[in-house]
Design a binder for this molecule. Structure first.
Ligand code: SF4
Length: 189
């Protein structure tokens, strides 16, 4: 990575153990994709070459909860699917984080029905909300970077009993849609 050339090979670096462990943790976040609908396609796009999630060390999607530390809920969750989501979350090892990706995961989106969970944060602790329908890959990356900053600073909020509290960070939209390439006005002949 070039660091060998920048430093003489007989150098000694001193640091604190928690800094090294946090650096390693934030550089190798392994997501557990819980993709149930169209937001999952944007999640896939985020890992592909154009957006290249690997730049942030977070492209290794794991399909075993025991090997993942970041759950990304991408899409609507039905009441019937909810126990599966909760079980997977519980099987993930600490420290673990959760991103709620898109309007459906965070609020139920347009699916205001008895069959759809109206926000997964009612049932699992959500650390970062990524808005949009669907969110752009850049926004998801921003959500992952927000978690990386927290890992770097080891800034996990806890209640008086030492129980981990959700971070509840809302990512702000950062993408300006490009102008339409053609006139889409309605009614003009
Ligand atoms: S937020 Fe929009 S894009 Fe994402 S799952 Fe819901 S309907 Fe699909």
């Amino acid at each position: 990575m070039g660091i060998e050339a920048a430093l003489p090979t007989d150098s000694i670096l001193t640091t604190q153990f928690h800094r090294v462990s946090n650096w390693a943790r934030r550089s190798s976040v392994w997501p557990m994709p819980f993709a149930t609908a169209c937001c999952g396609i944007e999640l896939m796009a985020t890992a592909c070459s154009r957006f290249d999630l690997a730049r942030f060390g977070a492209e290794v999607m794991r399909f075993s909860p025991r090997q993942s530390d970041l759950m990304i809920v991408a899409g609507r969750v039905s009441i019937k699917t909810l126990p599966v989501l909760q079980r997977i979350y519980m099987q993930m090892a600490e420290p673990k984080w959760v991103i709620s990706m898109g309007a459906c995961a965070s609020t139920g989106g347009v699916f205001d029905t008895y069959a759809v969970v109206q926000g997964v944060d009612q049932f699992i602790p959500v650390d970062v909300y990524v808005p949009g329908c669907p969110p752009r890959p850049e926004m998801l990356i921003e959500g992952i970077m927000a978690i990386q900053k927290i890992i770097d600073n080891e800034n996990l909020p806890r209640d008086p009993d030492g129980k981990r509290l959700p971070l509840q960070i809302a990512v702000q939209p950062n993408f300006q849609p490009a102008p339409q390439p053609v006139d889409v006005s309605i009614g003009a002949s």
